[in-house]
Ligand binder design. Structure first.
Ligand code: GLY
Length: 370
């Protein structure tokens, strides 16, 4: 039975769950369709909420959108802790590091860019870096401290969002969506979820569900989990993002260990972990934190980010009754609060937060008025 305000959300990663919770909390009846909610790429994420260290000249819209969402994160986490469980926001900040002279050049460019934009960053010597994080290798030549870039435990976040959805009355349909239109989601078992509008948040698979989103492509990422063992140096307290001979690597602290990521490959829907991917990540991470050689390697995994041509998400109506909230690429967790708020505004026919306008689907010629 279709209700006038009934919304179907297709995709139960961090974006779909956040949207579903936000809409249900605002009084909408919501059905979330996903064969395995709270998993997928979000389950494999590093958990960095780091628009500043992620930024680069020419990507100012992404920095502004990410910063707008980061500003919302403390309130989002507090509301979630009240609705369900504490998602584990970490406020220790991020270090951006350089190993060889080309990496120092990259860091110089980032530092100059951020300084020009008036961002709060501090350049640190190797000695100052090791005073903050004693496990860092002497081969780290330079660093930036970015206190405002936060992190979250992605799995605690997903569990909490799932519980918050259940508690606010979101109905879960654990099936594959086969096709969608503005008034229905057609499921693999031939049944249908009827609705007033569909929010399409199916990540890398969004383009398979609606032709307007064919610009969304899978970007493979391999990621590892490491566990400290008795007698090993404790994991760093801050997120570490490094360039090692021009290859990016990040290490995000978790209780008792860290998440180490991530490769980035345009290879279609390939979710296999490769020997080379694991080797590269471990080699580069060890150059930064030699003590991890004694850690246990507890998990290797590969996931698919939802890439878009300009690395900005796609948030807006793409067909009558079909609202896209996808293409978040490396920043799904970061952008969850601002995306949920924007989707609610679009459904209410209100203005979206200013920075979300850069994510309008019309830039790919596919936006429609509701
Ligand atoms: N958010 C970091 C990544 O996608 O690897």
């Amino acid at each position: 039975m279709r209700q006038a305000r009934h919304i179907a959300v297709v995709g139960g990663g961090v974006i779909g769950l956040s949207v579903a919770w936000w809409l249900a909390d605002a009084g909408y009846p919501v059905t979330l369709v996903d064969p395995e909610p709270a998993r997928g790429a979000s389950w494999l994420a590093g958990g960095m909420l780091a628009p500043v260290t992620e930024s680069w000249p020419g990507e100012e819209d992404a920095l502004e959108l990410g910063s707008a969402s980061l500003d919302r994160w403390p309130a989002f986490a507090a509301k979630l802790a009240e609705a369900a469980d504490d998602p584990g926001l970490r406020r220790e900040g991020t270090l951006a590091l350089a190993v060889d002279s080309a990496d120092v050049g990259t860091l110089d460019l980032l530092a100059d860019h951020l300084r020009d934009l008036g961002r709060d960053v501090t350049r640190l010597t190797p000695r100052e870096l090791r005073a903050l994080e004693p496990g860092l290798s002497p081969s780290v030549r330079s660093g930036l401290h970015v206190p405002g870039d936060l992190a979250v435990d992605n799995r605690a976040l997903l569990d909490s969002l799932y519980s918050a959805c259940v508690r606010t009355g979101v109905d879960f349909v654990t099936q594959q969506a086969r096709t969608i239109d503005g008034g229905a989601v057609h499921l693999a078992d031939e049944s249908t979820v009827e609705c007033a509008a569909v929010v399409l948040s199916a990540g890398a698979w969004s383009g398979r569900l609606h032709p307007a989103l064919s610009v969304v492509r899978p970007v493979k990422g391999e990621i590892l989990r490491l566990k400290a063992r008795p007698g090993t140096l404790p994991a760093p307290t801050r997120t570490i993002r490094a360039h090692v001979e021009s290859r990016p690597v990040y290490l995000v602290p978790r209780a008792g260990g860290l998440v180490l990521g991530a490769t980035q490959h345009d290879v279609g829907f390939d979710e296999e972990v490769t020997v080379g991917g694991v080797r590269d990540l471990l080699r580069d991470a060890e150059r930064v934190l030699p003590g991890i050689a004694e850690y246990a390697l507890t998990e290797t995994a590969a996931g698919l980010r939802a890439g878009s041509p300009d690395n900005l998400p796609i948030i807006g109506w793409v067909a009558p009754g079909v609202l896209a909230a996808t293409g978040h690429h490396r920043n799904g967790l970061l952008l969850a609060p601002v995306t949920a708020e924007a989707v609610l505004a679009l459904l209410r026919e209100e203005d979206v937060p200013a920075r979300v306008r850069a994510a309008d689907p019309s830039r790919f010629g596919v936006g429609v008025a509701r």
